[in-house]
Design a protein around this ligand. Structure first.
Ligand code: FME
Ligand code: ZN
Ligand code: ZN
Length: 407
């Protein structure tokens, strides 16, 4: 996928014959690759003839998936910086899109429409182009910078980052700090994420007495189902009120509950012996998860498909060396930062779980949040600015002085 030196190169004002910045052309080329679930084609993302960035494919154990890793920088004794991005994207409802979701159409304002334009193919190309520019400028980075392109984030990361963080190859990278995806911000500011809510995907099984659909059978599955739905949706309403009535809350600070599936029944006139209802809960890091577990047990939850219990936060204290390098670089670029808890789940949760601090950051201001939505787009000027932002950030993070235990 990555072009060699005669290809799009580092961009930065260099344009193709059509007048488009070469980094934008590369971004659009990447957007056209159909790495879309449920059957993502990862094949083409796994090749590179790039002379500046050494890439290798890592066999993900028995899982048959491949993750390329690029290396740059040379000092192997200091902890490295990880620039992580996932290559997969979520499906589209093409009939609701203005343009083909995999054509990367650019309108007259420079808005590039494609699935993955915000989540998160923009960041992948921005990392690559930023690293290339640093190399082209001959900048020597003190710490090694790794780029990682992982599969399957959108379906839980089980065959991607969740497995990879436990792999000996991951350990060998000696990572000290990681950047991963964030969200767009419609205003002037940029949002950074220092933690995530815990996703719980749970199903409540509601058994009951069966019988003929013409009778008043006692203790039916539907009555139990109604109690369960009411109890979860009443809680949902309370949390929604909390979010709407307080200025200081963001989505990442409250618990969301959504009923996403209901199953049961065989015929109009047969009262079913059981029904299942499923919920997607997202629980902020400061909420007591033991209490949540007890509530769910009381409701009769069985078979949680996701039950993340990781409440680790990345330090944003002024004296934290990584955060101080990150925030100082942003300040030097006059960027205003808004610190938040990520409302959904990203691969950062696996990185934080193994003790590595991670910040979620996709440099997209003046942009509506359209990830997973119809007509997802990113403006080319915002995209290009993001490359410069990453150039400064990577340079700052790779220059964090050696810690006493690294000497
Ligand atoms: C809980 S695993 C699924 C991860 C998915 N990530 C991005 O959308 C999400 O639903 O948050
Ligand atoms: Zn994503
Ligand atoms: Zn996503």
């Amino acid at each position: 996928m990555l072009p060699d030196k005669d290809g799009p190169g580092v961009g930065g004002g260099h344009s193709s014959p059509g007048g488009e910045d070469l980094s934008v052309s590369l971004f659009r080329e990447y957007l056209r690759l159909k790495t879309v679930h449920p059957d993502p084609d990862y094949g083409e993302t796994s090749s590179s003839q790039d002379a500046d960035i050494k890439m290798r494919l890592l066999d993900m154990c028995l899982l048959g998936l491949l993750s390329p890793i690029c290396r740059s920088g040379t000092n192997p004794t200091l902890k490295s910086i990880l620039l992580n991005s996932h290559t997969d994207v979520v499906p589209v409802y093409q009939e609701h899109w203005k343009y083909d979701a995999f054509s990367a159409f650019k309108d007259a304002e420079g808005n590039i429409f494609a699935r993955g334009s915000q989540d998160m193919k923009c960041v992948t190309i921005q990392y690559i182009q930023a690293v290339r520019r640093l190399k082209a400028e001959g900048r020597k980075l003190m710490r090694t910078v790794h780029l990682m392109f992982v599969p399957d984030e959108e379906v839980g990361g089980h065959k991607g980052m969740e497995t990879f963080v436990k792999h000996p190859e991951f350990n060998k990278l000696n990572i000290g700090f990681a950047l991963d995806e964030g969200l767009a911000n419609p205003g002037e500011a940029f949002t950074v994420f220092y933690g995530e809510r815990n996703p719980w995907w749970i199903t409540v099984h509601c058994p009951g007495s069966p019988g003929h659909g013409s009778r008043f059978v006692e203790n039916t599955a539907a009555e139990k189902l109604r109690q369960v739905i009411n109890s979860f949706l009443d809680f949902r309403e309370k949390e929604k009120q909390r979010l709407n009535t307080s200025e200081c809350f963001t989505l990442g600070d409250v618990t969301t509950v959504n009923m996403t599936m209901v199953k049961g029944g065989v015929a109009y006139n047969v009262i079913p012996a059981d029904m299942d209802v499923s919920f997607d809960l997202r629980i902020p890091p400061k909420v007591n998860l033991q209490v949540c577990t007890l509530v769910c047990l009381y409701e009769g939850v069985f078979h949680p498909l996701q039950k993340s219990m990781n409440q680790k936060l990345t330090s944003t204290a002024e004296n934290d060396p990584w955060w101080s390098a990150f925030s100082a670089a942003c300040k030097a670029m006059n960027l205003t930062l808004e610190k938040e808890i990520f409302p959904a789940a990203t691969d950062s949760r696996f990185i934080r779980a193994v003790g590595i601090p991670a910040i979620g950051f996709s440099p997209m201001n003046r942009t509506p949040i359209l990830l997973h939505d119809h007509n997802e787009y990113l403006n080319e000027r915002v995209f290009l600015k993001g490359i410069s932002v990453f150039e400064r950030l990577i340079s700052a993070l790779a220059s964090v002085p050696a810690f006493p235990d690294e000497a």
